[in-house]
Design a protein around this ligand. Structure first.
Ligand SMILES: Cc1cc2nc3c(=O)[nH]c(=O)nc-3n(C[C@H](O)[C@H](O)[C@H](O)COP(=O)(O)OP(=O)(O)OC[C@H]3O[C@@H](n4cnc5c(N)ncnc54)[C@H](O)[C@@H]3O)c2cc1C
Length: 375
């Protein structure tokens, strides 16, 4: 039964169900749960966790995690620090200090309303502003690292604050030091972003181009771009609000292949699929040219393997964007993991490509994680 106590000046809830805090609407309880609204409160929660010898997990908007049905045997801390402040402004740029607990999409709306460019294509991504840096969120040609100046963090071990430059955050495709080398060691408290007052629209993505062509719009405003992105996203998969349709966005990362990996994929497609699959692959290759690597959407491989709509228990591969796994009501973490493993195995067997999971799995043992993430 959930209960709460107040031993450290903070309300610490026991056996708090995590399901409502996740966009998948899946998962059991946390042993302890607290909200922290200041650096001092984060320190207190972190000290509490180390005193009782339990791990600490930072839970933002819960939109990039899958929590085990068993729950999390540790202390969960939820950032509730809010605020967006203009730190500096001139004719060209505006610098914003954004607290970690601010909702990311509220920040995008705020920037668009003020006519500030740089994050409009990242509209309608759930989660908190602090967490946006963790996997360096990206969509429709923009990524948050394009506008990050610095991040103020709390070092869990020492309890000391630090300011990291963008370079020190180590951003890459869906990665940063926060989900790799410094994972679990730093809490992002505040993010400083630099937005442009005279930006240029980035509308290279086919879906976005088609949206504006259909409407005969040549010069799109920031508000129109935001509206376009929201509309395109809504047409592909549900923005998770309820249990049915719950999801964690892309469940798999996209691929960046070397020439030799691409050649292997081409061979496999030639052997295992109809000629149209190969034609489509070549067309994708030509369209998504990138220096030194070949970008292939994982959704393409999942589709040609015939997995759209595939279902295990309450978990289903989304029909319109098969990178997304949906909770169709009553799905368990077990259903989602079984479905993800089936997809990985099928794609591996039929295309030779090893695909990797994007969301963090919370409350799983190292052995379970090795099995899920391995081949
Ligand atoms: C419908 C939908 C669409 C999505 N679309 C996209 C998309 O287009 N592009 C994209 O990149 N992602 C997308 N995502 C994934 C997700 O929204 C982002 O990764 C988001 O930034 C996660 O934020 P969150 O607050 O929900 O983090 P959570 O899921 O709560 O946490 C994710 C990770 O960040 C860590 N973390 C959270 N807050 C902090 C902090 N303050 N300090 C340190 N670590 C922290 C957590 O411990 C965890 O490891 C989508 C998800 C959904 C459900």
């Amino acid at each position: 039964m959930p209960s709460s106590f107040d031993s450290i000046g903070l309300v610490m809830q026991e056996a708090e169900p995590l399901k409502p805090y996740t966009t998948f609407k899946i998962g059991g309880p946390a042993r302890y749960f607290a909200r922290a609204a200041s650096m001092e409160e984060f320190r207190e929660v972190s000290n509490f966790a180390s005193k009782i010898g339990l791990p600490l997990f930072i839970l933002g908007g819960g939109s990039n995690i899958l929590v085990n049905d068993r729950g999390y045997e540790g202390v969960v801390v939820h950032p509730s620090i809010r605020g967006i402040k203009v730190a500096h402004e001139d004719d060209e740029f505006v610098t914003l200090d954004v607290s970690a607990g601010e909702a990311w999409d509220d920040l995008v709306r705020f920037a668009v309303e003020h006519g500030w460019w740089g994050i409009e294509n990242l509209s309608h991504i759930p989660g908190q502003a602090g967490a946006a840096l963790v996997q360096n969120i990206g969509a429709y040609g923009q990524q948050v690292s394009d506008v990050v100046k610095s991040a103020e963090v709390l070092e869990i071990a020492s309890g000391s604050p630090r300011v990291l430059s963008a370079a020190e955050c180590g951003f890459g495709y869906r990665r940063s030091i926060f989900n790799t080398t410094a994972r679990g060691h730093l809490i992002i408290m505040r993010v400083t972003l630099c937005l442009s007052k005279h930006g240029r629209s980035q509308l290279d993505y086919p879906d976005v181009q088609a949206y504006f062509q259909r409407r005969g719009i040549q010069q799109s405003s920031l508000t129109e771009i935001r509206q376009a992105i929201i509309s395109i996203r809504d047409s592909k998969f549900p923005f998770p609000r309820e249990e049915r349709g719950g999801n964690a966005g892309s469940f798999f990362k996209n691929l960046a292949l070397s020439e030799s990996e691409y050649a292997t994929l081409r061979d496999m497609l030639g052997r295992n699929f109809a000629p149209e699959a190969m034609e489509r692959l070549e067309e994708i290759r030509n369209r998504l040219q990138a220096v030194g690597q070949i970008k292939i959407p994982t959704a393409f491989l999942i589709s040609i393997c015939g997995l759209k709509g595939y279902r295990i228990g309450g978990a289903q591969v989304n029909e319109t964007q098969p990178l997304v796994l949906l909770n169709q009501g009553g799905a368990t973490s077990h259903d989602v993991v079984a479905l993800a493993m089936h997809i990985k195995k099928t794609v591996r067997e039929q295309t030779g490509v090893r695909i990797t999971l994007e969301p963090e799995l919370v409350g799983f043992t190292p052995l379970e994680l090795a099995e899920i993430k391995g081949d």
